[in-house]
Design a protein around this ligand. Sequence first.
Ligand code: AHM
Length: 336
Amino acid sequence: MSVNRKIQTLDEFTIQQMRDFPHATGELAGLLRDIGLAAKRVNTEVNKAGLVDILGDAGSINVQGEEVKKLDVYANNQFMGVLQHGISCAGIGSEELDDIVVFDDPVSNNSKYVCLFDPLDGSSNIDVNVSIGTIFSVFRRVSELGKPATQEDFLQPGNKQVAAGYVIYGSSTMLVYATRRGVNGFTLDPSIGEYTLSHPNIKCPEKGKIYSVNHGNFFQYEEGVKSYITVCQKKDKATGGPYTQRYIGSMVADVHRNLIKGGIFMYPGTTDKPKGKLRLLYECNPFAFIMEIAGGKATNGKIRVLDIQPTELHQRTPFFVGSKLMMEELETHYKG
Ligand code: AHM
């Protein structure tokens, strides 16, 4: 007899997915569980962010006698800690750290995955109670199992990602992750402390009504980008314009909204910063992967983001991501 389960937790879901692959080792499920756990801890601290003046500023000592860390350092340590002490990850790369951290112990050296993450993206928004997030990307190692992971494991193009996802600390906390099988979203139910499947098989609408870009930089964008932005603002039956402009300045929140509702997010290069601001490995690759699996597109203005061969850990890239038809319209104006 099979019981009809209405609620499915993240763990139940990943185990269910494993059952379809009899040869799966459970390492990826373990990795996602570890990420989910670290995110719960970060979520607890993010929710208390407004209390920081009561509990003590970064650099001071809190009531428990512990040093109060800046939230992004705290988040970095939580993710690094759970992955290091888990059994599914050979090493990490983090936006917070200059270099990769290879765990190099007998268990980790036999783990087949490495993980890259931005522990707290949009952290400048914490002070004003705006949604922020964690972004992660998982690669299968190319180095020999049984030995420590190497830089090569981390510098793989995004099309080699095995999974990618994000956690949004918003009006509710959600973990969304993609594998080649689909994109699924789980909302944290605070009453049981579990992520439960709330957004199964997310598909990005082919076309939306939202464009997200930092307008303050408008005069620094290339002509093609300006031309597309102008199209977004025009009343036009063919495009469905004018679109609505929405830009939080917290990428996880901006792209999450556009993924669900349909839309386009752009962080182009500027005359001051031709490569833009966003990091290929920690921000763009994961969102490009998620969006493509959901049916959307992601480019740097010239090529698919997922086809960029990274040369350094912290490299930046212009980034355009969103609904398929809106991205195709952008391409008619801007070829990088
Ligand atoms: P951060 O690493 O300082 O948090 O910056 C990343 C954030 C993204 O979440 C967001 O899309 C972008 O910076 C906003 O930048 P800008 O204020 O230049 O528009």
